[in-house]
Design a protein around this ligand. Structure first.
Ligand SMILES: [Zn+2]
Length: 269
């Protein structure tokens, strides 16, 4: 998930907020009430997605703003890469106005995903939507892992020794950092602040929330070709080692959306 803009460096938002729906078991992608819990209100529009392309409306009204948001996802992914996504929805005017977007698995095996966006954000801050879609797609990437037993799917997504998240945790999260999450929880604010202050490798404060957010925040900076502080560079280099991710980055650059400004670490907020 990604929420509000509280940490701003060179004018760009870096703060987000997340949870998973691992407790849901299985959810119909057209269930606006259930899927809207994270937005604290029902979704206004849901499209089904087939073969990585928007298909019919399965809930609510046809809404061009949803197409706008979707187009930011198609900017850097192929239809095949988007194929785990089976639903794409939006909401407006709920009590939780600072939630920008979230990605959720619809089944326990984490093979079917839904991305939901705050349509007010799409209308007000188009640049932020691009980055938010990259962040959310990062969650889909790390939570889907072919061949992994569903028993291995948890808060980090489906973790194997060879998938993105397994490698990420091995490489960038120390035993002490992982232990602090076990003790404090996956969304513990004070633990996040402590980890961020102690380790300049996190690209943002929010990245120190858990490995899952760390990957999505880092992927966002990688995909938009942002310069990063030196301690963050190993994360960007790691992502650069995957040709499929490099292709996504290059598609963004080819369309003129690369942003080479540097993001500075900021744990103070
Ligand atoms: Zn997130």
């Amino acid at each position: 998930m990604r929420a509000t803009v509280t940490s701003v460096v060179v004018g760009l938002a870096t703060f987000a907020f997340v949870t998973g729906f691992a407790d849901f078991g299985s959810v119909d992608e057209c269930d606006a009430e259930r899927l809207g819990r994270r937005a604290f209100g029902p979704l206004s529009t849901i499209y089904t997605v087939e073969g990585g392309e928007l298909a019919g409306i399965c809930h609510g009204v046809d809404d061009p703003t949803v197409y706008d948001a979707w187009s930011n996802l198609t900017l850097f992914t192929t239809a095949e890469e988007r194929s785990p996504i089976v639903g794409f929805g939006g909401f407006r005017n709920t009590s939780q106005r600072d939630v920008l977007a979230y990605a959720t698995a619809l089944d326990r095996d984490q093979t079917r995903f839904m991305i939901v966006v705050n349509l007010s954000m799409v209308e007000l801050e188009p640049w932020l939507v691009r980055r938010t879609m990259a962040h959310e797609f990062g969650h889909v990437l790390t939570r889907s892992a072919a061949g992994v037993d569903s028993n291995e799917c948890g808060e980090f997504g489906c973790v194997s020794n060879t998938n993105y998240m397994g490698l990420w945790v091995d490489r960038f999260w120390s035993d002490a950092e992982l232990a602090s999450i076990e003790a404090g929880g996956y969304h513990d604010l004070s633990g996040t602040a402590d980890r961020c202050r102690a380790n300049a490798g996190f690209p943002t404060k929010y990245a120190a929330t858990n490995p899952y957010e760390d990957f999505s925040e880092s992927l966002e900076f990688f995909l938009f070709s942002n310069r990063v502080a030196a301690p963050v560079s190993p994360r960007i280099q790691f992502l650069s080692s995957f040709p499929e991710l490099v292709r996504m980055r290059d598609r963004i650059a080819a369309k003129g959306y690369a942003d080479t400004r540097q993001f500075l670490q900021n744990c103070g907020v």
